[in-house]
Design a protein around this ligand. Structure first.
Ligand SMILES: *Cc1c(COP(=O)(O)O)cnc(C)c1O
Length: 401
């Protein structure tokens, strides 16, 4: 078994090049720091890459989700369906607008919302579904949109991890009313903090642009480029300040110049893992359903899937807990050997705010609970060296030796 005491492989690394780092200096020198020409460039590059008609840069995916629901008219008393296994902010934005979260269980094969149970969650108060393209794999948007159409619901895609993710040939983000991407450092393209909303609805795009900028009818850039730059804009509504800085956008736009290469490299790394782990029955590697293009924001696995499915079938919490303990012991072992791992993400219904507010039990969403307790993400990031990946593979394959 390999022993590299010097190897210390992080779960993710930003992989920024020197020219990308240098790009941040340009707005600092020009003096245009907030939502100016660099934000415009980044938005154009994002639309060109994703095929979305409109891209609206914001401060994070979370603020993008919040702004999307606000712009659509979601408010107090409304319900939104959210998968139980996702980052907490998919649910938090519903709370921030005075709505109620209705959790849906996931499909353990994909870690995404299970459309089969969706329709029975709908009540007269349901206004929106927030499907999540978790870890770079699109949710089943055909099934979700069909339910949404039947019941007149808005669809806001949480595409935080969705860079490079396609569904039947279309990039995610314009399959619902809006899609929201994240540029947190754990995501493939990073601006530190940052987000992008995409939509094909021109009117909605205009409202989103206003709402992110204090409700102003005209952006500062438009005003400065226009005929009377000295006059202030009107504010037809009370908006927010969710503008991206030009420093962030410069960094984002510069990474977009190699967007295709970034996606290709991440897919190649994933394929190398897939091949290496193909014979392990105790590790379920990420699903690759036909018609889905995986962006591989991360490489989420399910530990001991046979035991997990057995436990779910019989409702055996003890068996599930035993797998959970063995996963944790293995994570510790990996850490000792210089391989960082994480649970793929958390089950939001098990976090105390939601558990208490909605009086939920972990086993009410059994697949989400199992994903919370028994998933493990392995290091995957563009710029990962062949040596580093080989070390991860050697350590994983040595588990039962
Ligand atoms: C990262 C992430 C978010 C939050 O993105 P921010 O840009 O940090 O707000 C939301 N949902 C999912 C699924 C994520 O992975």
């Amino acid at each position: 078994m390999s022993n590299h005491p010097s190897m210390n492989i992080p779960i993710a690394r930003t992989g920024l090049t020197e020219p990308e780092i240098q790009s941040v200096l340009e707005p600092l020198r020009s003096g245009w720091l907030v939502q100016g020409p660099k934000v415009r460039d980044f938005e154009q590059a994002w639309s060109a890459f994703t095929g979305a008609e409109h891209s609206i840069a914001v401060t994070s995916c979370t603020t993008g989700l919040h702004l999307s629901l606000a712009a659509l008219g979601f408010g107090p008393g409304d319900e939104a369906i959210v998968p139980a296994f996702t980052w907490i902010s998919t649910a938090n934005v519903v709370e921030h607008l005075g709505g109620s979260v209705v959790f849906a269980d996931i499909d353990l094969a994909t870690f995404n919302i299970d459309p089969a149970g969706l329709e029975e969650l709908i009540t007269p108060s349901t206004k929106a579904i927030l499907p999540v393209h978790l870890f770079g794999l699109a949710a089943d948007m055909e099934a979700i949109n069909a339910v949404a159409r039947r019941h007149g619901l808005w669809v806001v895609e949480d595409a935080a991890c969705g860079f490079g993710s396609t569904f039947k040939g279309s990039h995610v983000g314009s399959l619902g009313n809006t899609g929201c991407f994240s540029f947190h450092p754990r995501k493939a393209i990073t601006t530190g903090e940052g987000g992008m909303i995409t939509t094909n609805d021109a009117q909605l795009a205009e409202r989103l642009r206003r709402l992110r900028d204090h409700g102003a009818a005209m952006s500062d850039l438009q005003r400065h480029l226009g005929p009377r730059p000295y006059l202030l804009a009107d504010h037809p509504e009370a908006g927010y300040n969710q503008r991206m800085t030009d420093l962030q956008a410069a960094l984002g736009a510069s990474q977009m110049q190699r967007a295709d290469a970034i996606v290709a490299e991440r897919r190649h790394l994933a394929a190398t893992y897939d091949t290496a782990f193909a014979d392990l029955d105790w590790l379920q590697t990420p699903a690759a359903p036909a018609g889905y293009g995986h962006g591989f924001q991360s490489y989420p696995c399910l530990f001991e899937p046979i035991q997990v499915h057995q436990a779910l079938k019989t409702g055996n919490q003890q068996q599930l807990n035993a797998v959970h303990e063995r996963r944790n012991a293995w994570m510790e072992e990996l850490q000792q050997q210089g391989v960082s791992t994480r649970p793929a993400t958390h089950a939001v219904h098990m976090l105390s705010y939601y558990r208490k507010k909605y009086e939920l039990k972990a086993e009410q969403f059994p697949a989400a609970q199992a994903a919370n307790d028994c998933s493990i993400s392995l290091p995957l990031f563009h710029g990962m060296l062949a040596d580093e990946q080989k070390h991860v593979i050697d350590v994983v394959l040595s588990r039962l030796l």
